[in-house]
Design a protein around this ligand. Structure first.
Ligand code: FEO
Length: 183
């Protein structure tokens, strides 16, 4: 049995974040199914891939909790909220969800800082950086749907958007990784 290196408070917060990432995966899965049901196979493909990414986030936290010798508790995942009513609404929901998740991660980062648990603080920096990427991606989706006409998007514009997203990578280049030779 390993020695527990996490405080009770941080362990609870990390467990909660782990479930939130699992919940995010279910949310993206439900949006992907909705998109596919409505004929948007490209958007569905993009969202299915993102659902898998969220599950990886959950695994990262689970593994960290275990590596620190604390108890990881896998609990029920809340059901995703209602299906989107349009592509525009779907992307708005994605955007809001990512902002909420960033705020939730920041709370755990602050907790680690207050406790001076530098190992956890350092671990969470990966998520801080990842959320910049996730927010960039959500912004990208909002820009795309706005260009296509927002809530009134239809016909060719939606068709093209759906095609584009089929192959759009979930990885976004971050400003802090840019150089003059590789802007
Ligand atoms: Fe795991 Fe979309 O944040």
């Amino acid at each position: 049995m390993k020695t527990n290196r996490l405080s009770e408070k941080l362990s609870a917060a990390l467990n909660e974040q782990m479930t939130k990432e699992a919940h995010a995966s279910q949310i993206y899965l439900s949006y992907a199914a909705w998109a596919d049901n409505n004929g948007f196979s490209g958007i569905a493909n993009f969202l299915f891939r993102h659902a898998a990414e969220e599950r990886n986030h959950m695994m990262k936290i689970l593994e960290y909790i275990l590596n620190r010798g604390a108890k990881a508790k896998v609990i029920a995942i809340p059901a995703p909220a209602n299906d989107p009513i349009s592509v525009n609404n779907c992307f708005e929901k994605v955007f809001k969800h990512e902002i909420d998740n960033t705020n939730s991660i920041y709370k755990v980062v602050k907790m680690a800082l207050v406790e001076e648990d530098w190992a956890t603080w350092n671990f969470l920096q990966w998520f801080v950086k990842e959320q910049i990427e996730e927010e960039n991606l959500a912004n990208y989706l909002m820009d795309k749907i706005t260009l296509a006409g927002g809530e009134n998007a239809k016909g060719d514009a939606l068709y093209q958007l759906d095609k584009d997203l089929e192959k759009t990578s979930g990885e976004v280049k971050l400003a802090q990784d840019a150089t003059t030779t590789n802007p």
